[in-house]
Design a protein around this ligand. Structure first.
Ligand code: B12
Ligand code: SF4
Length: 636
């Protein structure tokens, strides 16, 4: 019996991750003597063609695949293609897509599914299929019966002895090629999570936390280093360690391998000593589940954390020189405008930690998903999954208020850069250089080779690693210099002339094409917002400013106009936050972007100054600074 195992196309914008789940299944099946063929479709350009060719070559009896919910459409198409080529083919689905919402089995041509941990079930399943035996008593299966109904067999007990598992099939699913394309690969050293956060789905099951012994983990890392040249690794366990002893044991044993590594831990586990041991053994980055700074929301999420613990862990980690990756997520069922502000206010005052802001995702299988089904917020689970589990309002806020709250959060995320203070800058045709004060370590550093590749993925700003410390610096201007020419310049000039001629409504009309361009042109965004403010339409003006800031968060003019629109809108908190940000950016630029240099360093800022001279804000206007400000020294 031939088995073809296929890993899904993840479409992670060019980042390739090794498909550990299918590769584990492949490994145990091969060890049990099955004839397994592997296909990593994430690595190919035209997956349908590659799959079809390989299918015809292998002629499999069984086709297996599995992964996460967003790959639902992929699995459906894969099984369709397989069944078209061989109607007698047995199709098997596994992974979070199935375990989190068993209804998906009926929504595609999958004959059966493996729920949860796959290794033991897959071996027993394939043994039975090979011998033509009955499957009804194999634990951990969801079977599609001849009448189309599904039958769930008893649950399979979890694998307790993790070290009894072989290594994943690294060769079969081309770990070397994944590593070549993305040096940030991951392994997992434990399974299960004893916590019950309401937004999280545990593929491997709740309850018993099980882990590999540290010598086993080290053997695996050593193998990856020797065989594929691994230099860094992410440990992506749900919980890397519940006890500090395990972390310390890992630190001691991983150090001789000379790898850089990152991991996910709960904030209450860390302290200064532990972080220092981790740093010394090669740890560079910690993933924290932070979620919120509102006690009510943390409680509603069943996070079993207090805001003070989050704050302490972030501060200790920052001081230890380790980078943090963490999110505050908004939109929990208990979220209100005020709880969102509790988190946002804290974030605004602690931006040095680099925490991201985002929305809560309602993934199948989670407690919030079940709640959404019960309340009828999600009426059609398969339709919801098909559309990519798009954002739903889980809160009691009316839709407008909820949208407004999330918009504020996202605007802060996009527009509130944390700039280094520029001392000197030079712009060249396709590159640039800056000398600046790092807002983290306060060292004066020189950054060269600036180009568009350094653009932050969510914001129109350049983010560069500080050469003197482990953190990133956002530049308060864009190098190489940003200009707009061709059609955009022509459109803007025509609107400006009309505005100068005193016909603001016609000028606004002429600016309309910029809607389609997302208000990327900052002058166009500013002029449109200014006209709308004069016409007493702060909501529209605000919308345009927010869009403009997405591309130009280093424009103080746009930040100020945004602040003004919020103020008119009646939102003093956002208004103040944006005025402060405008001042922060102006202050960060003022040494380098002077009247003498502005034309070469930032022609758009130069244009702003000439076109809107009276709108510039006085730096000494007395608006207080948001913390922290590191600009007390330098050459200015
Ligand atoms: C690494 C990882 C990633 C990697 C992907 C790695 C990869 N190539 O698969 C990256 C960074 C790309 C990623 C992205 C995302 N991820 Co992710 N990710 C993980 C993580 C941390 C580990 C996965 C892993 O390697 N586990 C180890 C292996 C051994 O386990 P496994 O994959 O579950 O496989 C076992 C079983 O599921 C089963 N099985 C799996 N496949 C098959 C196939 C067959 C035929 C059979 C029989 C059995 C079987 O057997 C395997 C062995 O026991 C998990 C959390 C976790 N710890 O599980 C989240 C997790 C899987 N991710 C999740 C989510 C939500 C996402 C994103 C949507 C995040 C986002 N908002 O963008 C994206 C989706 C990307 C996409 N387009 O699909 C959710 C999935 C929820 C769900 N319903 O599917 C999880 C569970 C996190 C969570 N708790 O919410 N992720
Ligand atoms: S969010 Fe983290 S701690 Fe909470 S249940 Fe998921 S894995 Fe466990």
């Amino acid at each position: 019996m031939k088995i073809l195992l296929v890993s899904p196309v993840l479409d992670q914008s060019g980042r390739y991750y090794f498909p550990a789940g299918v590769a584990m299944v492949s490994s145990v099946l091969k060890a049990a003597g099955h004839d397994v063929h592997c296909l990593n479709l994430d690595l190919v350009d035209d997956w349908e063609q590659t799959f079809t060719e390989n299918f015809r070559r292998v002629c499999p009896d069984v086709l297996g695949s599995g992964g996460m919910t967003p790959s639902f459409g992929f699995f459906r198409r894969l099984f369709d293609l397989g069944k078209q080529m061989n109607p007698k083919l047995v199709t098997v689905l596994g992974g979070g897509v199935l375990g989190s919402e068993p209804l998906v089995l009926s929504a595609m041509q999958a004959d059966m599914g493996v729920i949860g941990e796959g290794e033991r079930t897959a071996v027993e399943l394939m043994d039975r299929l090979k011998d033509g035996r009955d499957l009804l008593d194999v634990p951990g299966l969801l079977l599609k019966m001849s009448d189309g109904a599904t039958h769930l067999t008893p649950p399979r007990p979890v694998i307790e002895d993790m070290d009894s598992l072989p290594l994943a099939d690294y060769q079969g699913f081309q770990f070397g090629e994944c590593l070549k394309r993305n040096p940030y690969q991951t392994v997992s050293t434990s399974r299960g999570c004893p916590f019950h956060c309401t937004f999280c789905y545990c593929v491997m099951g709740r309850g018993k936390y099980r882990f590999h012994s540290i010598p086993h983990v080290i053997r695996e890392l050593y193998y990856l280093k020797q065989e594929f040249g691994l230099t860094s690794i992410g440990l992506i366990d749900e919980i890397f360690a519940l006890k500090r002893e395990r972390i310390l044991e890992f630190c001691a044993q991983v150090r001789p391998l000379g790898l850089s590594w990152s991991t996910q831990v709960r904030v209450e586990v860390v302290d200064g000593d532990l972080l220092e041991q981790m740093r010394q053994s090669g740890c560079t980055l910690l993933f924290y589940g932070l979620e919120s700074m509102s006690p009510a929301i943390l409680k509603s999420m069943n996070k079993r954390l207090k805001p003070e613990q989050v704050a302490k862990a972030l501060e200790t980690t920052y001081r230890s020189g380790l980078r943090v990756f963490g999110n505050f997520i908004f939109g929990d069922p208990a979220e209100t405008r005020d709880t969102a502000w509790e988190t946002l206010n804290w974030w605004l005052a602690h931006r040095q930690y680099g925490v991201n802001l985002g929305k809560i995702d309602c993934w199948p299988g989670t407690a919030i998903y079940k709640q959404a089904l019960e309340k009828g917020i999600i009426a059609d689970p398969i339709g919801y999954i098909e559309k990519g589990c798009q954002l739903v309002n889980l809160t009691d806020m009316p839709r407008n208020e909820w949208v407004d709250t999330l918009r504020r959060v996202w605007t802060c995320h996009e527009a509130m850069i944390f700039p280094g203070k520029l001392l000197r800058a030079s712009a060249q045709e396709d590159d640039g250089m800056v000398e600046c004060v790092c807002p983290h370590c306060r060292n004066t550093v020189v950054l060269t080779g600036l180009n568009k590749n350094a653009m932050h993925p969510d914001r129109g700003t350049q983010r560069l690693g500080c050469p003197a410390c482990p953190f990133d610096i956002d530049l308060p201007l864009r190098l190489p210099v940003q200009t707009f020419s061709g059609e955009d310049a022509g459109l803007f000039d025509a609107a400006w002339e009309t505005f100068l001629a005193g016909d603001a409504p016609a000028a606004l009309e002429r600016l309309k094409p910029f809607w389609d361009r997302g208000w990327e042109h900052p002058l166009a965004a500013y002029l449109a917002a200014k006209i709308l403010m004069d016409q007493d339409d702060p909501a529209q003006a605000n919308e345009i400013c927010r869009r403009g800031l997405r591309h130009n968060p280093t424009s103080p003019y746009l930040l100020e106009m945004c602040a003004a629109s919020y103020r008119r809108y009646g939102d003093d908190r956002m208004s103040l936050a944006f005025y402060r940000q405008a001042l922060l950016v102006r202050k960060a630029r003022e040494c380098a972007v002077t009247p003498e240099t502005v034309a070469t360093l930032d022609p758009l800022e130069d244009a702003f100054r000439r076109m809107f001279p009276s709108d510039a804000v006085n730096l000494d206007s007395g608006v207080c600074w948001s913390k922290p400000l590191a600009f007390g020294h330098g050459n200015c």
